[in-house]
Design a protein around this ligand. Structure first.
Ligand code: 3PG
Ligand code: MG
Length: 376
């Protein structure tokens, strides 16, 4: 299992380099921010702001900071849609005098983890900092390559993310409750199995609950589900029936398109789109009684106000509970921000996939690379 204290910190890097003054430091950030419109506009700069402590710490010590990130999934060649320009403009407002390279994924060697791409990145570079927690589950050139070549460290954001999530995984205050939502069981299977080893209760909302319903033989109407995951859901329920909390009521649309509240049996043609009020209250109580809470994934289609109540209730409970609260994943973080509750959570992770993978496996390719770089 990963030990965060085996990973070099910024202080270790400063010591290794003697001084940071005048040194060129490459910082891998995750500036993969949501964009909207044409020309693209940043709709949420959380990931940029989250990297500022590291960038500023380096600048205060006289380092020349070069930041690099991916943005979107441009498939290995330049695509103006995913240009770093809007990010560069925002970064310049928040922290002047930082050079920001063009989208790393404009080169096929980035995702292909080509050593030549990594070598190019560290040319003229004295040290490397990984602060891209949200991308550290990707064994891509900019994440795993540089630590083999130059003195390297984790940034403040990466460090805090790893400390918080490993504490949850290894030493949570109990009761420890996880609330999972989102559409697909298949995306979350690994983390569900890992969480069942550590949590006292696992509450499941989002469209994912319908595959669990189907595994119990309940009719789900036209709701989203994954037929090939039914067996898996049955097995998960059989090993942890007592600790898995599924919705007891559902809000959705009738076959005629009317909003309605259903029980756990959906009529023909009906579509479940949110947890119901009874379930929202129950999940809220579970969260209020917990001492540690991890929440990932909305409870319903909260972008539509008619189906936002379940996600809002969970977000409110996560904000109100005295428990130590951690929220992971872009959608849940966006929901929190939309409800104005993001300041009331102990830790909002900048990583979706990365936070789930760290909880599941206890380590990430980016962390392994930093640890091994130190030994080299
Ligand atoms: C994310 O947004 O999850 C990270 O930036 C990683 O992006 P990716 O899923 O495209 O690898
Ligand atoms: Mg992603």
């Amino acid at each position: 299992m990963s030990e965060v204290d085996e990973i070099p910190t910024l202080e270790d890097l400063e010591q290794q380099l003697g001084s940071l003054h005048g040194k060129r430091i490459l910082v891998r950030t995750d500036f993969n921010v949501p964009l909207e419109g044409d020309p693209p506009r940043i709709t949420d700069d959380f990931r940029i702001r989250a990297a500022l402590p590291t960038l500023q710490w380096l600048q205060e010590r006289g380092a020349q900071v070069v930041a690099a990130s991916h943005l979107g999934r441009p498939k290995g060649k330049p695509d103006p849609k995913y240009s770093m320009d809007p990010v560069r403009a925002r970064l310049a407002e928040l922290a002047p005098d930082i050079e920001l390279l063009e989208n790393l994924r404009f080169e096929a060697g980035e995702e292909g983890n080509d050593p030549a791409s990594a070598a190019l990145l560290v040319e003229g570079i004295d040290g490397y900092v990984n602060d891209a927690f949200g991308a550290s589950h990707r064994a891509h050139a900019s994440i795993v390559g540089p630590p083999q070549a130059v003195p390297s460290a984790m940034g403040r954001l990466l460090q805090r993310e790893v400390e918080v999530l490993l504490e949850l995984r290894g030493n949570p205050r109990r009761p420890f409750v996880a609330v999972l939502g989102g559409a697909k069981v298949s995306d979350k299977l690994g983390v569900i199995e890992a969480l069942l080893d550590i949590v006292d209760a696992l509450a499941i909302g989002g469209a994912m609950c319908f595959t669990f319903f189907a595994s119990r033989g309940l009719p789900i109407g036209d709701s989203l589900w994954e037929p090939d995951q039914v067996e898996t859901c049955r097995r998960l329920l059989s090993i942890a029936e007592q600790r898995i909390h599924l919705p007891t009521d559902i809000v959705g649309l009738t076959a005629g398109g009317e909003v309605a509240t259903f029980g756990t049996r959906l009529p023909d043609g009906a579509k479940g789109l949110d947890i119901g009020p009874g379930t929202a209250a129950e999940f809220g109580d579970i969260v209020m009684d917990a001492r540690t809470v991890f929440w990932n994934g909305p409870m319903g289609m909260f972008e539509d106000e008619r189906f936002a109540a379940g996600t809002r209730a969970v977000a409110q409970a996560v904000a109100d509970t005295k428990a130590f609260t951690v929220v992971g994943g872009g959608d849940s973080a966006a929901a929190l921000a939309e409800f104005g509750l993001d300041d009331d959570v102990d830790h909002v992770s900048t990583g979706g996939g990365a936070s789930l993978e760290l909880l599941e496996l206890g380590d990430l390719p980016g962390l392994v690379a930093l640890r091994e770089g130190r030994r080299a």
